[in-house]
Design a protein around this ligand. Structure first.
Ligand SMILES: *Cc1c(COP(=O)(O)O)cnc(C)c1O
Length: 377
């Protein structure tokens, strides 16, 4: 049988035409969020907790999972888990809680609720990339306000931006990703007072920060505190929470898809939070390791290492060395995050997630060797 190939070509062209005609131009212009393949590598790129659970606890958890009725929908309000989180995270009694499939989904829910022609999302830059990405998904305008060279807030630029753009929402990551610092509380106070809409304090790294807005969330009518269990050791579960006034959250909750927190996540997170001591011990270990790693990295001559209140460390290499170092580490099977390509204040910057003592030693040893080779070249 002879196949009419011209017909196939026509069909293909018509497919491309349809996609080109119907997919939103701003989506076509996007690059999908890229997660590099880390098979077989020492993974120090994604702010994961490097520790596992003791064997006995794993067994107890697996036994609990046997009770999960997978044929049934999960509890749509995840009441038991919310109560557990309220206790574990010291959520003020007057505040409401909304859960998301990761805090990424919460950002999406907030922006879907606030979106509208010419509505603005404002955030300091460099910051968490999903604010910008999700603003695009939801047809909002994203305004990034550059941080100062030392990564502190440019308060005047923030206030000017708020005045000019009247943002529906301001995101402040506290501590900030990828810079690792906490913004000044007096600056934040003025931003909260000036903002006409919501101010989301994104506390993804609260476990490592020793500073939080949780207890103060109800002191303002426009502040919402967002957290996640991802960075405290449960990244695989995908669970984030938003805390704030019922007036805001009951509106956002209409946009949340029913059953967004699956039954395995509900059971597992509840279980893990009952063993909070273990998670807290891991957090303390990571904080101690962060301080050791900071010291070791600071001893490498050409590095500028930035103090961190999170579970990662940002450093600046000598001019044009960051990508070389990143690639050389990759050859040693160590994956970190190369921020050099982002440019601006992040030029020559690398971000390293704090690992176990052993992993950090491996990293520092590899880095020392690489830096010696670079110097010799
Ligand atoms: C990692 C991160 C998140 C996303 O957390 P998930 O709950 O895993 O979606 C949100 N905000 C900041 C600043 C982060 O670094």
């Amino acid at each position: 049988m002879k196949i009419d190939t011209s017909l196939l070509v026509t069909q293909r062209t018509s497919l491309q035409d349809k996609v080109a005609r119907w997919v939103r131009p701003e989506i076509k212009a996007l690059h999908a969020y890229h997660v590099p393949d880390a098979t077989g590598m020492l993974k120090l790129d994604a702010m994961e907790n490097p520790y596992c659970w003791p064997e006995a606890l794993q067994q107890e958890w697996l036994t609990l999972l046997q009770s999960a009725e997978l044929n049934r929908y999960p509890d749509p309000s995840a009441g038991a888990l919310k109560a557990r989180l309220r206790d574990a995270m010291d959520v003020p009694a007057a505040a409401e809680i909304m859960l998301g499939n990761g805090s990424d989904e919460i950002i999406q829910i907030i922006l879907m609720s606030l979106s509208g022609a010419s509505r603005v999302v404002l955030s300091p830059e460099p910051g968490f990339v999903m604010y910008d990405m999700i603003a695009t998904y939801t047809d909002m305008k994203y305004v990034g306000v550059p941080l100062k060279q030392d990564f502190s807030l440019d308060k005047q630029a923030m206030l000017d931006g708020i005045e000019k753009h009247q943002p529906a929402v301001v995101f402040l990551a506290y501590p900030n990703n990828p810079t690792g610092n906490l913004f000044d509380e007096k600056d934040i106070e003025q931003i909260i007072q000036a903002a006409p809409g919501a101010v989301v304090i994104d506390e993804a790294y609260h476990a490592f920060a020793d500073s939080s807005y949780m207890s103060r969330v109800m002191d303002y009518d426009n502040v919402l505190v967002m957290r996640t269990v991802s960075k405290m050791g449960l990244a695989g579960l995908r669970l984030g929470l938003l805390v704030g006034a019922t007036e805001w959250l009951s509106e956002f909750d209409k946009v949340r898809l029913p059953y967004n927190i699956n039954i395995l996540t509900q059971l597992s997170a509840d279980f893990a939070l009952q063993h909070r001591n273990m998670l807290d011990e891991q957090t303390d270990l990571i904080k101690a390791e962060r301080n050791k790693l900071f010291k070791s990295l600071s001893e490498i001559k050409s590095f500028t290492v930035y103090p961190s209140r999170a579970n990662f460390i940002l450093l600046r290499s000598a001019v044009n060395q960051a990508s070389l170092i990143f690639e050389a580490l990759k050859k040693e099977n160590i994956l970190i995050k190369n921020l050099d390509k982002a440019g601006g204040v992040l030029k020559d910057c690398l971000r390293i997630t704090v690992g176990t003592e052993n992993e950090n030693r491996q990293l520092v040893t590899a880095l020392e060797k690489i830096m010696e080779e670079i110097v010799q070249d």
